[in-house]
Ligand binder design. Structure first.
Ligand code: FNR
Length: 371
């Protein structure tokens, strides 16, 4: 369908499902075990309802913000997801260019299918790129990768901590890599032993997530990373209140509450619920560092609920992969336009004129679930 007929992220995903290969859709859409956590990530949003206020001036609404001090036209960012080339020959560069057009920030995956340099070259000179780090178990190899992205101008390190071993994604494991050019697992940047054979036996994650540091600790890893780089550090993959508090104590610049889109620990708590609990139990954490969530965000109202509960911004993984697979660069820009329109509408109807004025009392958690 022509792009103007795409009204929602669900429409975009439907197009992607028609154009993607069996392998690509299996890898992109799959999650751990019975995919309960993936589904609940999204469903959690339907337990939160707005306390809409009327008679508030909303003729001018400001949805722009900053993430780690870098400007963004809307409080969303690209959560780093691997292998964009599986869905479109231009791969991650589609997302980079779409993000430039939309003035949003892209977090580039350690397992991107283009090199970090190719992605940096696709960016406009003023564009902000963040880097998602899978820390190699060998510190020296990890440092080499950090130096490379520093040199290329990436602006922050997002250390993923929820994927030290690959999750059990059965739909991905069942769907084999076939050895046509488009269907080959691309060159890996993990300096591991990833291979097509390995991917076919252990699933794509089993080939990508190799030689990751499984012995990371708050005491060792955060001071080490601080000593290695001056870039801001965000921990990606916080899944409970306790760890959010420890991250604040460790003095990181931010946390991304995330369960990897349900792809890692099945029955990990939905990020929105963790955010809600954190805001109630430890409001002080939000003054010490920026808090973000990702997982299941598909609508402007989803973004708005997370912001009301204290998130500075929200990430999205699959929607960007689907948008770039379906329409390339312009699909990404269209996706962000849809979310901007949805967020503006929702804010007007909620009675909020700026993202800085959103507060937890604007949403309520209900104990019933709409059908
Ligand atoms: C991911 N994700 C991910 N995370 C990460 O830190 N490094 C990575 O390489 C990847 N790769 C990856 C591939 C694919 C296909 C998906 C779907 C996800 C997780 C990603 O950053 C993000 O946390 C989730 O995608 C968020 O959930 P939604 O938005 O997809 O529901």
């Amino acid at each position: 369908p022509p792009l103007h007929r795409i009204l929602s992220l669900a429409d975009m995903e439907n197009v992607a499902r028609q154009v993607l290969s069996y392998k690509a859709i299996s890898y992109y859409s799959s999650a751990a075990d019975d995919e309960i956590t993936m589904d609940e990530n999204a469903r959690a949003f339907s337990r939160f309802f707005f306390n809409a206020r009327v008679m508030k001036p909303v003729s001018k609404i400001d949805i722009s913000t900053t993430i780690l001090g870098f400007p963004s036209s809307i409080p969303i960012f690209v959560s780093g997801a691997a292998l964009a080339k599986l869905g479109h020959p231009l791969g991650e560069a589609n997302i980079t260019k779409g993000a430039a057009n939309s003035n949003i920030i892209q977090m580039v995956s350690s397992n991107a299918s283009l090199s970090y340099e190719e992605i940096a070259q696709a960016a406009s000179p003023s564009q902000t790129l963040f880097f998602q780090l899978y820390k190699h178990e060998n510190d020296a190899i990890a440092i080499k990768r950090i130096r490379e992205v520093e040199r290329l101008g990436y602006k922050a390190i997002w250390l993923t901590v929820d994927a030290i071993v690959p999750g059990n994604r059965e739909r991905d494991i069942k769907s084999p890599w076939i050895l046509e050019e488009q269907e080959k697992p691309p060159k890996y940047y993990t300096e591991g032993e990833g291979s097509a054979d390995q991917a076919n036996v252990f699933g794509t994650a089993g080939a990508l997530i190799v030689n990751d540091d499984r012995d990371m600790t708050w005491e060792r890893t955060i001071p080490w990373l601080r000593s290695v780089t001056k870039l801001p550090i965000v921990i990606k993959g916080i899944q409970c209140v306790e760890d959010a508090v420890l991250a604040a104590k460790a003095g990181v610049d931010g946390i991304l509450i995330s369960n990897h889109g349900g792809r890692q620990l099945e029955y990990s708590m939905p990020p929105l619920e963790v955010l809600y609990k954190l805001r109630r139990q430890h409001p002080e954490v939000f003054d010490k560092m920026e808090v973000y969530i990702d997982g299941g965000i598909r609508r402007g109202t989803d973004i708005l609920k997370a912001l009301c509960l204290g998130a500075k911004a929200v990430g999205m993984g699959r929607p960007f992969l689907y948008a770039q697979s379906a329409y390339g660069e312009i699909g990404v820009t269209k996706m962000v336009d849809i979310l901007k329109r949805e967020l503006l509408t929702a804010m007007a109807l909620l009675g909020a004129s700026s993202v800085n004025t959103l507060t937890p009392d604007m949403v309520e958690r209900v104990d019933w679930q709409p059908i």
